[in-house]
Design a protein around this ligand. Sequence first.
Ligand SMILES: [Zn+2]
Length: 358
Amino acid sequence: MARLRVFVNERPVDVARGATVRDAVAALDHGLADLLATAAAYVTDGVGRQVDARDPVGEAGGVFRVVVTARRAPAISKEALRRWPKAELHVHLDGSLRPATMLELAREQHVRLPADTPEGLTLALSVQGVHSLEEYLTKYQLTLAVMQTAAALERIAYEFVVDLAAEQVRYVEVRYSPLLHRPALTLTQAIEAPLRGIERAVRETGTRVGLIVCGIRTLPPAMSLELAQVAVGYRSAGVVGFDLAGAEHGHPAEDHRAAFALAVQHGLACTCHAGEGDGPASIHQALQSCGAQRIGHGTRLGEDPALLEYVVAQRIPRVSSSPSTPTGAWWTASPSPTNIISRTRRSGSARTSWFAWC
Ligand SMILES: [Zn+2]
């Protein structure tokens, strides 16, 4: 009897006619199928609509994704985390250097670092015990010190994608600010260099990558606008979004609204770091004045119930990254109100925003 070809989490599996969606998931991964039985996971079709796992697979096959929910998922082993395909939606290129590469670049460029071994450098870059966003951001001065050449930027971007691909990350949006590579590089050079590294890594690994450029809150808004103007020219070359980062308190996002408006006009997606170093009014501003479609962190969203309700109703993703633990944040393909609330509680301590398709 002919079998049906089904794609589960982008992997092809063949099942017998009459098999259920759950059977198709089990053909890919029994562990995932078991999660379906405990309601810790659910299945969507190719466009994100939830489907009943007990339904039969259609005669024409199908495309399904298994979403592990944040609230009900049992403890997930590190091995399973490594194995499952993931998407990374909030990660900073200048926070993602291999320590050995950093040391090599420092030697080449005659840059002094606080340590001369990978272990020592890892310790020097650790943010354990750091209590404020401002203090956290000082660590980036060390990484940025060795990222002021086109060759270094290209290499770092390449290695970053290769490393993530090895962790089964299939889609990544990586961000950084080209403004922080001036005056050594022009904005054009600072955008083209990582794009070259990314292109090579994409060819080798198959992981898909989007680049997000960040304006910086503490720099003049005219610079954000200039960055947006240059970045939109690379929309078809891999730049997918515009973001605003940097010290938040006392540096309102709405000062940079012209840059956001220009980015939107030219079809770039917009996200904004908000509600971490400042309160919910800052999130409100990012959404209403700047048109952000996604919020970075937003850890203080829960302080304003009306705003929280709005974010839930509008299904605005709030994507976090922070350095302390690797497993705190889970992002689902189709955010539901409960997911958003659970993220409010959990994601502040997450190193990464892995978004599990499985
Ligand atoms: Zn961030």
